[in-house]
Design a protein around this ligand. Structure first.
Ligand code: CUA
Length: 333
């Protein structure tokens, strides 16, 4: 044993060391006060023990300095924990704009992963080292949780919504992937591996598994097959809003509110079209809940993203100025 049971998992992501430092700080503070409190208890119990049956304690009032110290010091310590923890949390919950998108669908009891180029994996995730990766995740059934200890990131994977998780792997290697939420009797078997590879190796891996079509192409086929273009005309002349340039843009709703068109908004608009009606349009669209699987939905989301990405750091692909992409254009992106 010994070396087989490391105290800490390897640190293989850009934030892993920061998370470890915070954890060690919390541990050190907790250890210091545990020792200090128990030492004081024992010291006082002995030093001020009752020495005779007639002895009455001397009652002491006040002690302003002590009161201030034991208020200010814990306050300062907890504020350090709060600001440190919150800044790490914000860092962990905001994927960089240029992160490589990968989709994850959890189900009892496996992880189904899909790359935008169309490669599919089960219980395995291949990623390039040194590049931020953003997972868009959902579940077909119950709550799961995507946990890669070496990256120090974990996020619940919840049916009916998208959650995200991002990381930048810093060293090549093979790292454990766990489901970290009890999800049924084979929960403990819902495990896998993350393969962090040098960028060239990752390219080679992608090219050695050429899929029949990209996610956006699959999405385009679904979009056309379900008759969506009849209403969502690319030039905006249809009965429903044009989806060209939608992703990343700010949408004005009939309620007067606005929403940023992200993956979650697109998914919701397909399965629950009445939830957010675009200003100037009626509530014509029927729900596609039950007609599209979560895996179909991520293809549609990826297609609509490629119809025009207006988020920062992403240039819209060619052919998006008023025209939907054709399949060859999607392939050539
Ligand atoms: Cu999935 Cu536990």
């Amino acid at each position: 044993m010994g070396s087989n049971v490391p105290l800490f998992p390897v640190a293989a992501s850009s934030i892993a060391n920061d998370v470890d430092h915070l954890a060690l700080f919390l541990l050190a503070v907790a250890a210091f006060f545990s020792v200090a409190i128990f030492a004081t208890i024992f010291y006082f119990a002995i030093r001020y023990r009752r020495r005779s049956d007639q002895e009455l304690p001397h009652v002491q009032h006040g002690g302003m300095l002590l009161e201030i110290l034991w208020t200010v010091i814990p306050f300062g310590l907890t504020m350090i924990m709060f600001t440190w923890g919150a800044s790490l949390y914000f860092q962990e919950s905001r994927p960089p704009d240029n992160a490589l998108p990968i989709y994850v669908v959890g189900k009892q009891w496996m992880w189904k992963i899909e790359h935008i180029e169309g490669q599919r994996e089960i219980n395995e995730l291949h990623i390039p080292v040194g590049r931020a990766v953003k997972l868009t995740m959902t579940s077909e059934d119950v709550i799961h949780s995507f946990f890669v200890p070496a990256f120090r990131t974990k996020s619940d994977v919840v049916p009916g919504k998208y959650s995200t998780e991002w990381f930048t792997a810093t060293k090549p290697g093979k790292f454990h992937l766990f489901c970290a939420e009890y999800c049924g009797n084979r929960h403990s078997g819902m495990i896998g591996w993350v393969y962090a590879m040098q960028p060239q190796d990752y390219e080679n891996w992608l090219n050695s598994n050429p899929p029949p079509s990209t996610m956006a192409e699959n999405g385009s086929k679904l979009f056309n097959g379900m008759g969506c273009p009849a209403c969502h005309k690319p030039d905006g002349s249809g009965r429903c809003p044009s989806l060209v340039g939608l992703y990343g843009s700010t949408v004005h709703l009939a309620t007067g509110n606005t929403v940023v068109a992200d993956e979650a908004y697109i998914r919701e608009s397909i399965v629950e079209p009445q939830a957010k009606i675009v200003a100037g349009y009626g509530s014509l669209m029927p729900t596609y809940k039950g007609q599209v699987t979560e895996e179909d939905l991520v293809q549609l989301v990826e297609y609509i993203k490629w119809l025009g990405d207006k988020s920062e750091g992403n240039k819209p692909p060619p052919g998006t100025q008023g025209e939907p992409l054709t399949i060859p254009e999607l392939r050539g992106k």
